[in-house]
Design a protein around this ligand. Structure first.
Ligand code: ATP
Ligand code: MG
Ligand code: FE
Length: 336
């Protein structure tokens, strides 16, 4: 089947075409209006999606060399995400499904982040353990098949992407700060500053304490030396990044050992982090894991991953009614 997929859960408007499991195009338009507000403004996101969606979809079809009358189904991100943003993609997809009289497929965004691994080769074998690290989530997931996933642990407060972005903001860096921390960390000493790592039971995570500790530490230091942040930027970035990666790796390793799984991957926007990518490769070598790391363009929000999920749902005839609506807090269900 040939499927058009649309992603509009947050601040990326994206469309992709997949044909029998092969991604033919993936157009991503990142909204820049949010930068000056230091975070995503939901109202502005919806408006930008409305403006971008038609050109992005047209370009995805053109890039794939597909006419819209060739489509067998149209897919959209059903959730989780911002309601107003999700509504734009959902309504657009419904309109197309109705006009072309083809099935409609609703995709879980977090499941799709994981299925980004199935865009490329080699693909992980099942069961596959995936650490999903993004702007709104931090989850350890056992993937039993493309559409059967179980969350075995998650953050009890902030997501790790939020921890990156908030600590960056404290240092006065632009939004989103994650990629900037990554960049400056390359020239810094990861062991220069130490931040407490609270112990959370099971496979769960907590990141709000680190953010507070970082804020308090910088308040104290900048009282003594107003230029402290500027002088220590690289070391601060390297140290905070190192701390966040240690927390992630500790739980990932614990789960891999206890569940005896050796197919290990990362997904979501923070999986673009070079420190995390390198650490996972090193740990994988030591532990004898088969490590899976998505291409950069498939880490942050994109419609190719939505298309991949839609491909599996299409094969299972998992379709939505035209009366469906998005769910900002959509959870994994048994089979979806
Ligand atoms: P969710 O997927 O949970 O709904 P989201 O879709 O907003 O949230 P993503 O687009 O998957 O999140 O990821 C965005 C996050 O990834 C941001 O917090 C951003 O700072 C972070 N990020 C992107 N690149 C890097 C990087 N190189 N290093 C660290 N963090 C990064
Ligand atoms: Mg985004
Ligand atoms: Fe995402």
């Amino acid at each position: 089947g040939i499927i058009l997929a649309i992603e509009s859960s947050c601040d990326e408007t994206s469309a992709s075409v997949v044909k029998n499991g092969t991604v033919l195009s993936n157009i991503v338009s990142t909204q820049e209006v949010h930068q000056k507000y230091g975070g995503v403004v939901p109202e502005l996101a919806s408006r930008a999606h409305q403006k971008n969606i038609l050109p992005v979809v047209s370009e995805a079809l053109k890039d794939a060399g597909i006419n819209k009358t060739d489509l067998d189904a149209v897919a959209f991100t059903k959730g989780p995400g911002l309601l107003g943003a999700l509504l734009v993609g959902t309504s657009f997809a419904k309109g197309m499904a109705m006009a072309l009289d083809i099935p409609l497929i609703g995709v879980n965004h977090m499941q799709a982040h994981i299925l980004a691994h199935f865009i490329e080769n080699p693909k992980p074998k099942f069961p596959f353990l995936c650490l999903t690290v993004s702007g709104g989530h931090t989850q350890l997931v056992v993937v039993k098949s493309p559409l059967d996933m179980e969350v075995i642990g998650e953050t009890i407060d902030d997501a790790v992407g939020e921890a990156f972005d908030k600590t960056a903001k404290i240092m006065g860096l632009d939004y989103p700060g994650g990629p900037l921390i990554d960049k400056f960390a390359k020239d810094g000493d990861p062991l220069k500053f130490k931040f407490p790592n609270v112990n959370i039971p099971d496979y769960n995570f907590s990141f709000s304490g680190i953010k507070t500790a970082f804020l308090n530490f910088l308040r104290k230091e900048t009282q003594k030396d107003a230029d402290f942040i500027e002088k220590n930027k690289a070391d601060l970035c390297a140290s905070i990044q190192y701390t966040l990666i240690r927390i992630l790796m500790k739980k990932l390793t614990k789960a891999a050992n206890e569940l005896n799984i050796k197919e290990i991957g990362i997904a979501g926007g923070v999986s673009a982090n070079s420190g995390l990518r390198n650490t996972l490769k090193e740990e994988g070598n030591k532990m004898g894991w088969n490590v899976f790391i998505p291409e950069f363009e498939h880490c942050t929000d994109n419609a190719a991953m939505i298309a991949m999920a839609a491909h599996y749902q299409y094969e299972g005839k998992d379709f939505e009614k035209l009366s469906t609506s998005p769910n900002p807090r959509l959870k994994f269900t048994g089979s979806r």
